[in-house]
Write a protein of this length. Structure first.
Length: 140
């Protein structure tokens, strides 16, 4: 997955720098949203260092390319699990176990754009999370 992200970075004219590779590796390994300070802490545990400003800049680039997403509920960042799926990427977040499921729905995205146009608004980005219980926690 990291190599795929690096190829996308390069195809979009960005260099595959050491900081970008490090942040991509950490996002790939973790299964929960991470703040830039969380990422910095993981790096420190591994004997590596990036300042938080650099981490923020890397995350901005990754988010602009849909390689990572900022979670609204936690403010942390996760890697994109859908590659180049059409439609805006959304999340379902389990309030019990913290599981995150990413999905994209092209028709939902188009519907929201139409809704916005009806109000004279041009939507450029859609962000949403559904909070509730995953199927495993709901059955308990």
């Amino acid at each position: 997955m990291v190599q795929d992200s690096i190829r996308i970075l390069q195809a979009q004219g960005h260099k595959a720098t050491r900081p970008r590779k490090l942040v991509l590796e950490i996002l790939e390994e973790m299964d929960r949203p991470l703040s830039p300070y969380d990422i910095q802490g993981v790096l420190r545990q591994r004997g590596k260092y990036l300042n938080h400003v650099t981490i923020y800049r890397v995350l901005d680039i990754l988010c602009s390319l849909n390689l990572a997403h900022k979670m609204l509920s936690s403010g942390g960042f996760v890697r994109c699990s859908l590659d180049m799926a059409e439609g805006c990427h959304r999340f379902m977040v389990c309030q019990h176990c913290g599981a995150i499921r990413e999905f994209a729905d092209k028709e939902l995205c188009q519907g929201e754009n139409e809704f916005a146009r009806n109000f004279g608004f041009h939507a450029e980005h859609h962000h949403s999370e559904l909070a509730g219980l995953c199927s495993r926690c709901y059955r308990k």
